[in-house]
Design a protein around this ligand. Structure first.
Ligand code: NAP
Ligand code: GFB
Length: 319
């Protein structure tokens, strides 16, 4: 009989890692005998191969959920494409190869829907990752992430490993990075809205508000990633997202946040700032086929819970 899993979650202190920890510890996501280890960069800088080997040696995982990455919103990407490329190439190679060397049975890594080709037909699906250049704003991160899919295929071909990847769309939730300059759109806007309400100043939204995004709540994503770890047996990646019909504009997201925060002040759109990719509509048909009964938290409820979490945890939140 197979031994219980010992799961190492890289990036365990981040938005998605904390959500997985919550599902494992609070929602009965952990089976008898299993051990789950949630790593932060304080325990090991995964850019460094020796530190990566040491942490795998210490915990001897049988399974890995690989989330650790240099992560940020559109405007951080536009400033630091090179650093996103270099850090993420190193982190991914160190984690995947150390997993191989230490006999890890399964790795689930995390790609992102921003890595798909910019000029494409819609909806985008899992077969289209390498079909053309990604959007210019985040080409460094995107190329590094695309290589995970190439690496997974190569580990399967050469060693028969089941190292696979998930492709989430835009994620948000408790424990997000709420930094106004570097965060993703929802977390940055939640922080800005609270600030504007407190200070009685206008809320400034970057760009036109017209771009569209599919937002997935971190707790829903965590439940799905655990399902992938337990049940999904393909090396080819799977998109984990709400459906195409749930794609909304940034302007609609702003409306949901201002309602949740009860902000009634002036709202400006700074059209001197980049809109980034206008849309990257992804299909969740594969997920629906394999897991037809999964239900996503309604977006307005998930945004409200995230705003409430931010207010309650303001002192310790990443701002
Ligand atoms: P996050 O909140 O910024 O967390 C990033 C995690 O990676 C943290 O635990 C961080 O550790 C760790 N990390 C960063 N650099 C590291 C290093 N050099 N060595 C070791 N650990 C390091 O990001 P997230 O949103 O949870 O992202 C998780 C995964 O989802 C990433 O692979 C990301 O690319 C992917 N993803 C995110 C989104 C999104 O919208 N957020 C969308 C699609 C895909 P410390 O905090 O301890 O430094
Ligand atoms: O989440 P985000 O930064 O990244 O969203 P992407 C950018 C969109 O939100 C643009 C608008 O259309 C911005 O104009 N926006 C409005 C804002 N106000 C703000 C604000 O205050 N802050 C931010 N950040 N945006 C990301 C990739 O692209 O996709 C990430 O860069 C990640 O790496 C994510 O993979 C899934 O959605 O454009």
């Amino acid at each position: 009989m197979a031994l219980p899993m010992r799961v190492l979650v890289t990036g365990g202190s981040g938005l998605v890692g904390k959500a997985i920890e919550h599902v494992v510890q609070q929602e009965g996501g952990k089976l008898d005998g299993e051990e789950w280890i949630f790593l932060s960069s304080k325990q090991a800088d995964l850019v460094d191969v020796e530190q990566t080997r040491a942490v795998f040696e210490k915990y001897r995982p049988t399974h890995v959920i690989h989330l650790a990455a240099k992560v940020g919103g559109l405007y951080l990407h536009m400033r630091e494409n090179l650093q996103f490329l270099r850090d993420n190439i190193k982190i991914n190679d160190n984690v995947l190869h150390t997993a191989h060397e230490s006999g890890v049975t399964k790795v689930v890594s995390c790609l992102s829907s921003c890595i798909f080709p910019d000029k494409t037909t819609y909806p985008i699906d899992e077969t289209m990752i390498h079909n053309g250049s990604p959007h210019d704003s985040n080409f460094g991160y995107s190329h590094a992430k695309r290589m995970i899919d190439v690496q997974n295929r190569a580990y399967s071909q050469q060693y028969g490993h089941c190292y696979t990847a998930v492709i989430p769309t835009n994620v948000f939730g408790p424990h997000d990075n709420f930094n106004i300059e570097n965060g993703h759109v929802l977390s940055a806007l939640i922080n800005k809205t609270y600030k504007a309400k407190k200070e009685g100043t206008p809320l400034t939204v970057c760009g036109s508000g017209a771009p569209k995004r599919q937002f997935v709540y971190s707790l829903d994503l965590a439940r799905l990633i655990i399902w992938v770890l337990r049940e999904y047996e393909e090396v080819a990646p799977i998109i984990l997202s709400v459906g195409e019909e749930d794609e909304i504009s940034i302007k609609e997201a702003v409306d949901m946040i201002t309602k949740a925060v009860d902000f009634k002040g002036e709202i400006n759109f700074d059209t001197t700032m980049s809109d980034g990719q206008m849309k990257k509509t992804a299909s969740n048909a594969k997920l629906r086929r394999l897991l037809p009964n999964f239900s996503f938290t309604p977006l307005n409820e998930a945004i409200k819970m995230t705003c409430d979490w931010f207010e309650t945890n303001y002192k310790n939140a990443r701002t």
